[in-house]
Design a binder for this molecule. Structure first.
Ligand code: AHM
Ligand code: MG
Length: 374
């Protein structure tokens, strides 16, 4: 029987309700650490987990909890659409054309972007957001008298060129506390913070199963969407990346465009018969590395001299998550990704991320060969 076939244990709630005296019954303060006392065969939904985690923070106001739940809802809606992408094409509803109900079909990355913006705007738990799909900051009008202290950044559908061929894609997100005063509009500075300032980061992988993996700086946990109940359920507790591995992940088609040190490192991997795995969807590649170990590289090429991937929407959130799981994330100048100071919203950076021993090994190659002439 799988974890998800088992019934939910409602005993804690039932015990509280059974109390018939007029005594005020105080709700137990549940913390994520209490999870260790819960049998592994009992379902813990994302919502329950997020609520428990809130109790870990003394200053928690529920805003962060609300934001994570909004992202969870958006992920379910996006998942539904990603799953039927092939079907829609079979039925002949092409991009930009009208379907039978007169709706215009959107490209999925635009659709994902719109749903995330909508879900985050409706609750008003963040004051502004920035998306890889939008040139500028998106301000969120205040909902009621709420004053929000957070900004959210996301790549709504990373690796979206994979959708046409039914491969895995993902959503990446990062949450920061704003620097500006809560009674005024958010500013660019609220977004141009170093990755160390992230209060939460994660991704949703729309793969053979759909998973949401996130961290609030206290380890990494993964939730698998159980489509039969429509809930993300805790399936991977306290994820740790393997210390070392023999798998590397890079677009080796660009080999001749890489710097000498990168070419030498790739030669080394090849000499040692390391396995090469590259999906071309960063979330999928990094997810595999988180579970099985390895290193993901996107160095500079002639086409992308500063690297292709975006610091704020892709590299920072995945760097926080991998570090929290015990891994490392550097750029190819050997600087820690999370310490880089962003200058602009859509800044690109190079990245080497994964098992700590492999990142260290790469670092040795960079130190040895980067000074040599090409
Ligand atoms: P995107 O944000 O336009 O989808 O591009 C990001 C994607 C990553 O998911 C992936 O690792 C990379 O681009 C693949 O790039 P390439 O095809 O150059 O190897
Ligand atoms: Mg992307």
């Amino acid at each position: 029987m799988s974890t998800f076939d088992l019934p939910v244990n409602h005993s804690a709630r039932t015990n509280l309700m059974a109390s018939t005296t007029k005594k005020v019954v105080k709700s137990p303060v549940l913390k994520t650490s209490d999870l260790s006392t819960i049998p592994t065969n009992r379902i813990v939904t994302l919502d329950e987990f997020i609520l428990r985690s809130e109790k870990d923070f003394d200053y928690a106001t529920g805003e962060l909890t609300g934001l994570l739940r909004d992202i969870g809802v958006a992920a379910k809606i996006i998942n539904r659409e990603v799953n039927k992408a092939g079907l829609v094409n079979i039925l002949g509803v092409a991009d930009g054309s009208e379907n039978q109900s007169g709706d215009t079909q959107q490209k999925l990355d635009v659709y994902a972007n719109d749903r995330l913006i909508e879900c985050l705007q409706n609750s008003g738990e963040c004051c502004a957001m920035a998306s890889e799909e939008n040139d500028d900051i998106i301000h969120v009008p205040p909902v009621g008298s709420k004053q929000s202290h957070y900004v959210v950044m996301f790549d709504p559908l990373d690796g979206s060129s994979n959708i046409d061929v039914n491969m895995s894609v993902g959503t990446i997100f990062a949450i920061y506390r704003r620097k500006s005063e809560a009674d005024g509009p958010a500013t660019l500075d609220d977004f141009l913070q170093t990755g160390t300032k992230q209060v939460a980061a994660g991704y949703v992988l729309y793969g053979t199963s759909t998973m949401l993996v996130y961290t609030t700086g206290r380890g990494v946990n993964g939730f698998t969407l159980d489509p039969s109940i429509g809930e993300f359920c805790l399936s991977h507790r306290n994820m740790r990346i393997p210390e070392n591995s023999q798998t590397y992940s890079v677009n080796q088609g660009y080999y001749s465009k890489f710097d000498l040190e990168m070419r030498r490192y790739i030669d080394h991997c090849s000499d040692l018969n390391y396995g090469l795995r590259y999906i071309g969807s960063m979330v999928s590649d990094v997810h595999r590395i988180l579970i099985q170990g390895g290193i993901f590289l996107y160095p500079s090429t002639r086409k992308y001299p500063k690297g292709k991937l975006r610091l704020l929407y892709e590299c920072n959130p995945l760097a926080m998550l991998i570090e929290q799981a015990g891994g490392k994330a550097l750029n190819t100048s050997m600087k820690r990704i999370l310490d880089l100071t962003p200058q602009e919203l859509h800044q690109r950076c190079t990245i080497a991320i994964g098992s700590p021993a492999m990142v260290d090994e790469l670092q040795a190659f960079i130190a040895r060969y980067s000074a040599l002439p090409l």
